[in-house]
Design a binder for this molecule. Structure first.
Ligand code: IMP
Length: 192
């Protein structure tokens, strides 16, 4: 079975290819010659993931799954949430986003936050969604240099290392995306 993962992110593709049963061939957007930007204009993760997966299914006739992730900070009413990638502006980089969060969280006692990933799978026109969440704290300064995005300022509950101090393997075991992917894999295995 061929299944498109609506991404060209090599890390995400490698991770999922290692985990799915060999009967499932994971294709990237490039593999199906999809070079257009996928729609992602909703104000919530669920609809964004859904829009991307259905776009590929409807326009390229492949079964497909898509993910969408956000960092939700309690004291900031859930921001940056669905706007995590471009929180500090259209052309910003991860450092700008982290500095914006660090600034907004200055003097804030409640540092609770979570990363949440939604995966939307569209098979034969039917949609299934999977969710992964990891709770933690926003720390006031950056710890570690691994990972990407907001990893250096996120301390997952029960750990003494930020996401940016952990090995990729350790992070995958406990992360939002890792948990959502696990559910997707279990579903695909059962469906075989
Ligand atoms: P995406 O939906 O996976 O593209 O994630 C959207 C944005 O959320 C990214 O651009 C990052 O800023 C942030 N993000 C997603 N996953 C992670 C993670 O595992 N660690 C840190 N930041 C993340």
């Amino acid at each position: 079975m061929k299944l498109v993962f609506a991404t060209n992110n090599p890390n995400k593709l490698a991770e999922i290819r290692m985990l799915v049963p060999s009967s499932i061939e994971i294709l990237s957007l490039k593999d199906i010659s999809c070079n257009e930007e996928l729609p992602e204009n909703s104000d919530n993760l669920e609809d964004n993931a859904s829009q991307k997966a259905y776009f590929v299914y409807d326009n390229y006739a492949y079964n497909c799954f898509a993910d969408d992730t956000g960092l939700e900070i309690e004291a900031l009413d859930g921001r940056p949430g669905v706007y995590s990638a471009r929180y500090a502006g259209e052309d910003c980089v991860a450092e700008d986003n982290m500095q914006k969060v660090i600034g907004e969280m200055q003097g804030e006692d409640n540092r609770d936050a979570c990363f949440r990933t939604i995966i939307s799978l569209v098979i034969d026109g039917k949609e299934f969604q999977f969710e992964g969440q990891v709770d933690g704290q926003i720390i006031p300064e950056k710890w570690g240099g691994k990972g990407f995005g907001y990893d250096p300022i996120f301390l997952p509950d029960g750990f003494e290392e930020s996401f940016a101090q952990m090995s990729v393997q350790r992070k995958n075991e406990i992360s939002h995306r890792g948990l959502a992917v696990k559910q997707l894999i279990e579903f695909l295995k059962k469906r075989r």
